[in-house]
Design a protein around this ligand. Structure first.
Ligand SMILES: Cc1cc2nc3c(=O)[nH]c(=O)nc-3n(C[C@H](O)[C@H](O)[C@H](O)COP(=O)(O)OP(=O)(O)OC[C@H]3O[C@@H](n4cnc5c(N)ncnc54)[C@H](O)[C@@H]3O)c2cc1C
Length: 265
């Protein structure tokens, strides 16, 4: 497999840095090719702004998605963004790795998504009409590829459990897993989450590292989260609401968009 790991931690000697090295080593031992986008080391520019679109004339108000669409279509995105597109198209598996900061990804990684996910590349793909609302949520540019998150948290696993004060981890990561990875077509694997990591000893690190190696060994065989496909029949189009009767009657919110029928059989 060809794996792109996008790494968002400012310190290579951090726990995240060590876990990244563990993951890369195991992937290479398994014979996979690995490329890394190390956002802090590369001094990645995180904000999308007018200088991203030099061909936009000064009189035109800056409308990010319109500018993105035109620049992508004309091959005029900036070189740093084009380089990430080449890596994403090369990879058959994408890993995003980051520490959980304020319940989500660090700003630099969000900015990577904002700038790299161009209109026509990651969104605005496929027919958009009242009968077909784009190729997305299970379809799109990355259909057939896999993706997963590697995340570390200061909070305990219990804090992120179904009744934990932070909210369930699957809910917190839903906007990333479903909204950023599934949206442009990736099959999204369950995340690797390392909890309560701020003060760990060597034995805990060794356990974490072994669990991560196991996830890297099973990258191509781990079943993805069974999100419902937008164009698979479960949703009304164009309202994009689940059809009446689809899903567990008691389910609400994010959980409704995971199809647990196979698991229940
Ligand atoms: C701005 C900000 C917001 C945050 N928001 C949240 C939040 O919303 N929710 C939440 O749960 N947490 C939050 N945190 C905590 C954060 O998620 C953790 O601090 C982070 O995940 C720890 O990862 P790290 O790589 O920075 O660890 P580090 O600080 O680098 O290391 C953690 C521990 O691992 C040890 N270690 C590192 N490398 C090794 C190695 N090779 N072998 C053995 N031991 C090693 C270190 O000695 C240390 O004890 C936040 C932190 C910040 C700074």
């Amino acid at each position: 497999m060809k794996v792109l790991l996008v790494f968002a931690h400012p310190e290579p000697r951090s726990l995240n840095g060590s876990l990244r090295d563990v993951a890369i080593r195991e992937l290479e031992v398994q014979g996979h090719e690995v490329r890394v986008s190390d956002l802090y080391a590369d001094n990645w520019k995180s904000e999308i702004d007018r200088p991203d679109f030099p061909s936009l004339d000064d009189k035109t108000p800056f409308q990010p998605s319109r500018a993105s669409k035109a620049a992508f279509a004309a091959g005029q995105l900036t070189e740093d963004v084009k380089a990430e597109h080449e890596k994403l198209l090369w990879a058959d598996t994408l890993i995003l790795q980051f520490p959980l900061w304020w319940y989500t990804m660090p700003a630099i990684l969000k900015g990577w998504v904002d700038r790299v996910y161009a209109y026509g590349f990651a969104y605005g793909v496929g027919e958009h009409s009242d009968a077909h609302w784009g190729d997305r949520f299970g379809e799109g540019t990355f259909k057939g590829k896999r993706a997963m998150l590697i995340v570390t948290t200061g909070g305990w696993q219990e804090h992120y459990s179904a009744r934990g004060v932070n909210g369930p981890i699957d809910d917190l990561l839903f906007p990333i897993n479903h909204g950023i990875l599934y949206y442009p077509g990736y099959d999204v694997l369950p995340p690797f989450v390392a909890y309560r990591v701020d003060r760990i000893d060597e034995a805990s690190f060794d356990r974490l590292a072994e669990n991560l190696r196991e996830r890297m060994r099973t990258l191509s065989t781990t079943p993805p989260i069974p999100y419902r496909r937008q164009n698979g029949g479960d949703y009304l189009i164009p309202s994009l609401e689940l059809r009446p009767g689809v899903g567990e009657p008691a389910a609400t919110g994010f959980a409704l968009h995971v199809d647990r029928r196979d698991a229940a059989e």
